[in-house]
Design a protein around this ligand. Structure first.
Ligand code: APR
Ligand code: PHB
Length: 389
């Protein structure tokens, strides 16, 4: 088999890249270890930045965001006794959309299918070869058990943090921070008890009230690493959410409902650089992981492939390598901005058990929520900087 770009991974980074390349007249083949049903159903984060929505709309992927998504002007920040609304539109002139990554993934699968994109699901033994040469190739075992070789001009490693691509960059520099807590996430068949997301600091730990639709809520609790989701009863989950989110405070009520999914997510920050080695380019989680506070992971993957698609179209169609040569540096500017923002939100909102930390967090929260300068900093980063920042 032969193509111009071999894309490893059919998550949002890989599928959006194949879509953008196709629009620019560059062909690709996508390889994915999981099944199509699995990638279409995975539950992930749910916030799209302003520039992510603009990009998806510009390339014909915005229709369902407008009809099924929910436009949010901002978020609530709270701590015991106080809840403050930060209006991003007013502060930074931009806003966000609540639209699940699961839905983005479904839109991408539908768009690629409509375009007859070649995607091989359920492959195994994916290996990258000769990435430093002009004739790199990928070998894999296809769904039927046959060994395949895919020759290409360029390999795009969009295979997340567990895939092989990031290991194919020799002498890469890596940066990591592991946090001493995890998020316990639930999905519940109940109307959200809030119009916009609530980020809550509480002495028992952080809590977040998010949502997926008018009838589905998504909520999270800070828990110790290693927590078994099955060790918490549904009643205990709702009681703890009610405590941390301030049920009864100024008449606000948290309405519980049937829990349809429970999972525990570990939290870490990770950056690998450079994001290019020869004719291998990394994008999305393959090159960086952020903790979920602030919902940057998906948006960062979208921003990477926006840059990468332009660079590859210029390299492969116009024989102009300038953008490809700059890709890693260009992408890393936003990566580090989002890495900092996610770390900052995480460390401001999660309790560590140290009373000095708690006082600093409360002081920081009060300043962010009540100073226009403080609030604007959060708003600019949350609603997202322009693509190419
Ligand atoms: N070969 C082929 N595909 C692979 C391999 C492999 N060896 N290993 C992993 N994959 C696939 C995974 O199954 C997954 O579908 O690569 C895909 C990577 O997709 P994501 O994990 O969704 O990562 P990305 O597309 O970069 O999107 C980033 O997803 O993980 C969230 O928080 C993250 O929201 C962010 C977004
Ligand atoms: C989510 O809805 O899953 C979500 C929202 C905001 C975050 C993280 C996750 O900061």
């Amino acid at each position: 088999m032969r193509t111009q770009v071999a894309i490893i991974g059919a998550g949002p980074a890989g599928l959006l890249l194949s879509h953008l390349l196709a629009q620019g007249g560059v062909e690709s083949v996508v390889l994915e270890t999981r099944s199509e049903a699995y990638v279409a159903a995975r539950i992930r984060a749910g916030i799209l930045e302003h520039s992510s929505v603009e990009l998806l709309e510009a390339v014909g992927l915005g229709a369902r965001i407008r009809t099924e998504g929910d436009h949010h002007r901002g978020i609530y920040l709270q701590w015991p006794g106080e809840r403050h609304h930060l209006d991003f539109v007013d502060l930074a002139g931009r806003s966000v959309w609540v639209y699940g990554q699961t839905e983005v993934q479904k839109d991408l699968i539908a768009a690629r299918a409509a375009d007859d994109q070649e995607i091989h699901y359920e492959v195994s033994d994916v290996a990258l070869h000769e990435v430093e040469s002009d004739r790199p190739y990928v070998t894999f075992t296809d769904k039927s058990g046959s060994t395949q070789r895919l020759d290409c001009d360029v390999i795009a490693g969009c295979d997340g943090s567990f895939g092989p691509s990031r290991h194919a960059v020799p002498a890469a520099k890596t940066f990591e921070r592991v946090y001493p807590y995890s998020w316990f996430g639930i999905l519940a068949d109940v109307a959200p008890s809030t119009d916009e997301l609530i980020y809550a600091w509480h002495p028992n730990g952080f809590a977040l009230h998010s949502m997926r639709s008018a009838t589905v809520s998504r909520l999270y609790l800070q828990v110790p690493n290693g927590t078994d989701p099955e060790s918490w009863s549904d009643d205990r989950i709702w009681e703890e959410l009610a405590t941390r989110l301030g049920h009864g405070q100024n008449g606000w009520k948290l309405t519980p409902g049937p829990i349809t999914d429970k999972s525990v997510l570990p939290m870490r920050s990770y950056v690998q650089t450079p994001m290019r080695h020869g004719n291998l380019f990394l994008a999305g989680d393959a090159a960086h992981i952020v903790p979920p506070t602030g919902a940057k992971g998906l948006n960062l993957a979208i921003a990477d492939v926006a840059l990468l698609s332009k660079a590859l179209i210029a390299q492969l169609r116009e024989k102009n390598p300038a953008l490809a040569e700059r890709y890693s540096d260009d992408a890393q500017r936003r990566v580090w901005r989002c890495t900092h923002f996610s770390w900052w939100m995480t460390t401001m909102l999660h309790t560590s058990g140290d009373p000095f930390d708690a006082e600093l967090q409360l002081s920081q929260l009060r300043w962010v929520a009540t100073s226009r300068a403080g609030a604007t900093g959060l708003a600019e980063n949350y609603a997202g900087l322009p693509i190419g920042y």
